[in-house]
Design a protein around this ligand. Structure first.
Ligand code: HEC
Length: 179
């Protein structure tokens, strides 16, 4: 197709788009955005609370999670969770060190359910929300296993995950009532 023809078609297409928008705007106010559907909302409404409420059906073990981790996480978090750069270390660390305490999900986070919530919502950073709930259970189990918190065949589900006592569970002071 000649360059001229292509340009002509493009101009035609954008003109009709423009008119389309104009008439929409006239009949439906500003014509911005679309109404939010229930199914779209569901995708955002995925909060898991510290007590485990909001955890979905499903389960997984660290043994299964290693496969997910090696394929989808270790490129940034290192083969053993030691991290690659920046804030990507997710294993070990000593929160009580008198030097420079290293905070990881294992040494610092008070609730295991937050790992599930965070991974499901934000990881991998280049494809957030791409994991199934089963994969999130599996890889959460593997992160906990690498931190020495559960063993490799512990079955994580909504009950067992909520029941885990994280090492730093009592390391926070509740100041929400302080005036
Ligand atoms: C492309 C790189 C990349 C990939 C792949 C990736 N992550 Fe991350 N992850 C990061 C970065 C960067 C951070 C730090 C984000 C921040 O501090 O805001 C992070 C943070 C985390 C944290 C919280 C660490 C903390 O202490 O705050 C966890 C847990 C985690 N990732 C788990 C995973 C899991 C599980 C996978 C695989 C399903 C994964 N990540 C894949 C880059 C990645």
């Amino acid at each position: 197709m000649s360059m001229f023809k292509q340009t002509f078609i493009l101009v035609l297409a954008s003109t009709s788009l423009l008119f389309g928008f104009t008439s929409l705007a006239q009949t439906q106010g500003a014509g911005l955005g679309t109404p939010v559907s229930e199914s779209l909302l569901e995708n955002f409404d995925q909060v898991v609370e510290p007590d485990g409420s909001g955890l979905p059906e499903g389960n997984g073990t660290a043994l299964e999670g290693k496969l997910v981790y090696d394929e989808k996480c270790q490129v940034c978090h290192g083969a053993e969770g030691e991290g690659t750069s920046g804030n990507t270390r997710i294993v070990g660390g000593d929160i009580n060190s008198s030097g420079n305490p290293i905070r990881t999900v294992g040494s610092f986070w008070p609730w295991a359910s937050t790992i599930f919530d965070y991974v499901r919502r934000a990881m991998p950073t280049d494809a957030p929300k791409s994991l199934t709930d089963t994969e999130v259970y599996q890889v959460t189990a593997y992160v906990l296993y690498m931190n020495g918190i559960i063993n490799q065949s512990t079955v994580l589900n909504s009950d067992s995950l909520a029941a885990i006592e994280m090492p730093n569970r009592d390391g926070f002071i509740d100041r929400s009532q302080v005036q």
